[in-house]
Write a protein that binds this ligand. Sequence first.
Ligand code: S6P
Ligand code: ZN
Length: 190
Amino acid sequence: MLEAFPVLTHLYDAGTARLEGGTVVERRLSQLRGCFADEAAYEAALAQADTLLYRVTAIEPATGLGDLHYGLGVLFPGKVGNEYFLTKGHLHRTREAAEVYIGLTGQGMMLLEDETTGESRLERLGEGKIVYVPGHTAHRTMNTGSEPLTYFGVYPANAGHDYGAIAERNFLKVLVDENGQPVLKDRTAM
Ligand code: S6P
Ligand code: ZN
């Protein structure tokens, strides 16, 4: 019956990453303490301004088995030291839960880290790019361009977010700008 359906269509604005009817989360520099490798550069940037780094609007139409949640993200361009603006990054609370990212505008990359093996993978994310994030994989997004990076993510309703596990040990790799090119480095080499 039609009235039993949740809202199935949304208007979205790729510029602001606002999805009609969604829950908005905004993250500023002060909320990403510990994420950037160069702590001195982080403190200096924060002393200048508590810059808005990204905004995610999430839609959670239903929470049953087989249901999906989805979100529209916008990650603004910029750097802390030579490290690109990034998202906090997380594992899914339900570790098996995978996710699909679809790049809408801008240029960026996703850092994927297998929780079990510690193996890292870097995937391009931007207009026309799709990235599949398998289960048991920590994921973080970086904006490597000069425009806002917007993307759409779809994940199982029971995925949940676990920020604690990755925050404790952080990602093993760091993406930095070297002469205008993104270069992946070991955190320990920073
Ligand atoms: C949710 C999905 C994204 C992120 C967004 C912000 O599973 O992966 O919508 O929430 O990219 O990143 P974070 O790490 O702050 O949630
Ligand atoms: Zn996720």
